[in-house]
Design a protein around this ligand. Structure first.
Ligand SMILES: Cc1ncc(COP(=O)(O)O)c(C=O)c1O
Length: 492
């Protein structure tokens, strides 16, 4: 039985719903014959491809990892890892007690807006006496995979030829570009050609490179989301472009203000809008691309936390729908650590030459050893493992936050919960006004940010709207922090 109570099919026993589909072992047999070194990856690739192509149809129940491992003659660990990885990517679903099911492939279109992290800057270190710092922006740095990173660095140092220590290709090391292109296409639905991928110092440098190139081409301004990341405005402003706030509604950018703005470039966060947490509707994604084509413009897609989602199918990257209009940007700042300063951009053909030349004149290329270590982490499967580990931890923390808000601030509406590292909490007016709420929290040693800090809207309903980061805090700290704010308000 599926969790919803309906009987479903198993991959080993096709039924009408699964007619024409093959049993899982048959689909995976060629991969199981791959050399031992590549076998795990080959199994994952075949399973993914089978779901994408429909050879394993949605709703099909897969055999237990033990049974499948026996059928294929491979270790159970390989099958378990393949299942876990594809669950993390949204191709499979797993329900405790009822097994593993085929879900759906990464969608490049999103059907239902989902209910909600801060600008590029990390929160300042909390002062002494701080009980909890809920300001969004950083992952849990204690989860950084030190052992895997150290192993990757050792391997790289022992294997890299001396020539690799010269000035690197300004686009990035070829092995990293290939590894990232494959990963982004698999995980995020990005149309990624390694020759169009540039390795850079995070989304921040990607935005700066793009800003300089647009400015040199005669652009005067760039549109930013309202509400949005203040850092987007700062970064583009530093390249000499004016920034125009463009209002959002619950589906994405509103078409009319965009059309009226006269700009020919925008920076957006469509998969998990920052900070509101919505996933843009399919219609608005289409509208934005239509607009970009009509003005001969560009969309800069900031996919800052696209890897973290909890209870919704992954929303594929906008770039997959029009790679010639969208500059796709991302980084390891949420998945590994912002301190690595490692990111990437995938470019329309028309921008490659100018962006690469800018990157070359800016810093003569990205540090080679770090690039090689990341390439090793990605190709060895260590990066996927890290994402799965963080996803488990962050989901638990999100649940702890929801429970604490429910207990201490009944009536609070929380949105943006399905993905990312933060939520938007809207507390009833009786807890306001917002300024007094934030002051009381700060005096009690709890750092919080109001939604108003991220845009121009000033609602008049008296509700207290907060952007609450949770990923970097333990469930205990989360509960203690929210409890402390409630106590402080009671004592007010
Ligand atoms: C909206 C947004 N974009 C991008 C980033 C990451 O920037 P970078 O990749 O330069 O570290 C962050 C991190 O806080 C962010 O909140």
């Amino acid at each position: 039985m599926t969790p919803s109570g309906t009987t479903s099919t198993t991959a080993a026993a096709p039924t009408a719903r699964n007619s024409g589909a093959q049993p899982a072992w048959e689909v995976l047999l060629p991969a199981a014959a791959a050399p031992a070194r590549r076998r795990g990856r080959a199994l994952q690739e075949s399973l993914r491809e089978a779901v994408r192509s429909g050879r394993l149809t949605a709703g099909t129940r897969l055999p237990s990892s033990r049974a499948l491992a026996q059928d294929l003659g491979v270790s159970r660990g390989l099958v378990t890892e393949a299942y876990e990885q594809l669950v993390a990517e949204g191709y499979l679903r797993s329900d405790r007690g009822s097994g593993t099911w085929v879900g759906g492939a990464v969608r490049t279109e999103q059907t239902a807006p989902s209910p909600g992290t801060h600008g590029l800057a990390a929160p300042a270190p909390p002062g002494s006496g701080t009980v909890a710092d809920f300001r969004p922006g950083t992952p849990d740095l204690s989860l950084f995979p030190r052992a895997a990173w150290a192993a990757a660095q050792r391997t790289v140092l022992s294997e890299l030829p001396h020539s690799a220590l010269g000035y690197p290709d300004p686009r990035g090391l070829p092995e990293l570009r290939s590894a990232l292109a494959a990963m982004l296409s698999r995980r995020r639905g990005v149309v990624a050609d390694p020759d169009r991928l540039v390795v850079c110092s995070g989304v921040a440098q990607a935005a700066t490179l793009l800003g300089f190139v647009l400015r040199a081409r005669g652009h005067h301004d760039v549109g930013v989301e309202d509400p949005g990341s203040p850092e987007h405005s700062r970064l583009f402003a530093a390249t000499g472009l004016d920034t125009l706030w463009l209002p959002l509604d619950e589906e994405g950018l509103r078409p009319e203000p965009l059309a009226r703005s006269g700009t020919r470039a925008v920076v957006v966060t469509p998969s998990h809008q920052f900070p509101s947490g919505i996933a843009w509707s399919a219609e608005r994604r289409g509208m934005l691309l239509e607009w970009a084509r009509s003005v001969d413009g560009y969309v800069c897609e900031d996919d800052y936390d696209g890897d973290f989602r909890y209870d919704r199918a992954p929303v594929g990257a906008l770039q997959g729908l029009d790679p010639e209009r969208v500059v796709y940007t991302g980084s390891v700042s949420k998945s590994l650590a912002p301190g690595l300063r490692l990111g990437w951009m995938v470019l329309p053909a028309s921008l490659v030459e100018e962006i690469v030349e800018r990157k070359r004149t800016m810093d003569l290329g990205h540090p080679a050893l770090d690039q090689a270590a990341l390439a090793h982490l990605v190709t060895s499967g260590g990066y996927d493992r890290q994402l799965r580990r963080c996803q488990r931890a962050y989901r638990e923390r999100r649940d702890a936050l929801l429970a604490a808000l429910d207990e201490h601030f009944p009536g609070t509406t929380v949105t943006g919960i399905a993905a990312g590292l933060h939520v938007i909490a809207c507390l009833p007016a009786r807890y306001g006004p917002a300024r007094r709420f934030l002051e009381a929290a700060a005096n009690a040693g709890v750092a919080l940010r109001g939604l108003e800090e991220y845009g121009t809207a000033r609602p008049t309903d008296g509700a207290v709207r907060l952007v609450v980061g949770y990923a970097h805090l333990t469930p205990t700290t989360i509960a203690a922090g929210i409890g402390r704010v409630a106590e402080a308000l009671d004592a007010r």
